[in-house]
Design a protein. Structure first.
Length: 297
């Protein structure tokens, strides 16, 4: 009796659902042209800040009195300031200061705001309603720049103190956001199931609730970096942030305001890069929000 040979038809490759989900999310991101533009500019600025020492053609603090107030040229692409310092090099190093201030300030806000928001939203009670949330409301009622000015004045001038002040100012936003997310998740079935199975509150919060709140936290953190850069530039402009001779976009603006008629480039270039950086980060943050939004198609 002849044996019938078994034929194996090629099976269709089944794509991992998680991989498919990420492809869909990044597809939504790349469909948003403004978000792509913002992301390219943002990562370009990060690259510039990291490699500032190699990209800057001159020492940003070196004074050259034979080249005072020179306009943009092949040697000095953005011109020079009233002390003969190369503005192009100072703008590059200013990007380093601004991004450092933005990232560290938001890191401080997250380090304080995430634990408080998780505890406040999960346990509720007197501590949440009458202490944490009332202090949060009080801080949110004061304009961010005014509160940052007050804190920076108390702590003293300097970039480190400015970053601490900005981080404290941004903290209430994260507390309120995370508390709201925890309140929405604490009544869901997976939390009730975890409690019924005897999982500790700490493990339930850290391993189950926190991962489900990461998407809004990421979006808020991205947008907060842009806000922190503006506040740092404002503090430096007023003399409470980065101190001379270290370059900062805010202090460069303050230095250039007296030369708007004779040498407008001193204020023009740092002002333009503040605008470009903030708008790019905001566009990129909006794109991330749309990418992580499950309701988007």
């Amino acid at each position: 009796m002849a044996q019938v040979e078994e034929t194996h038809l090629p099976k269709e490759k089944i794509e991992n659902p998680r991989v498919r989900m990420w492809k869909m999310m990044f597809g939504r991101l790349f469909q948003n042209k403004l978000a792509v533009f913002g992301g390219v500019v943002t990562f370009g600025l990060i690259f510039t800040a990291i490699f500032a020492a190699w990209l800057a053609p001159h020492d940003p603090t070196e004074q050259n009195y034979s080249a005072v107030l020179q306009g943009p040229s092949l040697e000095y692409w953005f011109g020079t300031d009233n002390l003969g310092r190369d503005l192009f090099s100072r703008v590059i190093y200013g990007a380093q200061v601004s991004l450092q201030a933005g990232l560290i300030s938001v890191g401080i806000a997250l380090a304080i705001g995430v634990p408080i928001g998780l505890i406040s939203g999960y346990y509720r009670g007197f501590l949440d309603e009458y202490i944490i949330m009332r202090l949060t409301d009080a801080m949110l009622s004061i304009p961010a720049l005014v509160l940052a000015l007050a804190l920076a004045a108390v702590l003293g001038a300097g970039l480190t103190n400015a970053m601490i002040a900005i981080g404290l100012v941004l903290t209430p936003n994260f507390i309120r956001l995370i508390r709201g997310e925890v309140l929405a998740h604490r009544e869901k079935e997976y939390v009730e199931a975890g409690k019924a199975s005897g999982i500790s509150d700490f493990k339930l919060i850290i391993k189950h609730i926190l991962p489900n709140t990461m998407a809004p936290i990421m979006v808020q953190a991205t947008l907060a970096i842009a806000a922190a850069i503006i506040v740092e530039a404002s503090l430096s402009y007023l003399g409470l942030g980065t101190q001379p001779p270290d370059p900062s976009w805010g202090s460069m603006l303050a230095n250039g305001q007296g030369y708007l008629d004779s040498a407008p480039w001193i204020a023009l270039f740092p002002g333009f890069f503040i605008f470009l950086t903030v708008i790019s980060i905001n566009l990129f943050g909006d794109g991330i929000r749309d990418m992580l939004d499950p309701k988007m198609k």
